[in-house]
Design a protein around this ligand. Sequence first.
Ligand SMILES: O=C(O)c1cc(=O)[nH]c(=O)n1[C@@H]1O[C@H](COP(=O)(O)O)[C@@H](O)[C@H]1O
Length: 224
Amino acid sequence: MSNPVYVAIDVPRLDAAKVLAEKVKGHVGGVKLGLEFFCAHGHHGVMELAHVGLPIFLDLKLHDIPNTVAGAMQAIHVLEPAIVTVHASGGRAMMEDAKAAAGENTKIVAVTMLTSLDENDLSRTGVAGSAHDQVMRLAELAEAAGLDGIVCSGQEVGSVHKQWKNGFFVVPGLRPAGSNVGDQKRVVTPRQARDDGASVLVIGRPISKAEDPLAAARAIEATL
Ligand SMILES: O=C(O)c1cc(=O)[nH]c(=O)n1[C@@H]1O[C@H](COP(=O)(O)O)[C@@H](O)[C@H]1O
């Protein structure tokens, strides 16, 4: 089975991003480039990182009216990303149009409830109920819209997997036992997420901020 870890390259400098990706490439399955990277380096930066030879996950978390999201999706065709994110709360029509506009080899996954949020945060946005229910509701909407899968925490992925058998599940908010949680709130270990049905494990700081990122990537791989 291929390595499910996508290393999140959330570093501001292009040269440092390339060095990190090259360093760990033998012990991860892909590279995730998010808002910090894309806002700083755009298409050029993505093309530079593609030279590393791993699949690229473009985590843009698109959330706008359907026409605008479809246009953004068309604008990134040329980059041939393996995975792109949109927000499920953008609604069914937005997700349908995002999928229709995407390249056929690109998986579109919907962010349900950010792993940096807990139920108190959720209620402050006007949504009552548990994180679990919110994720299940948005997963159902994403499936109905024809998306490939969702992004959720490891605390929900087991339930989502039972409901959506052939879905593609991206799980961030992962921390090896004993490591610093930082701004993440719904956290599990990489192994737990994998056992519960995650397709992709997104791991950033536990690798990128480690004193020795290669050793950190290796150690995580060894737990899987
Ligand atoms: O879509 C994502 O990848 C994402 C969704 C989510 O709910 N939580 C989340 O942390 N992420 C991303 O996953 C990565 C997690 O990074 P670390 O907390 O450093 O491992 C970051 O790049 C986030 O942007």
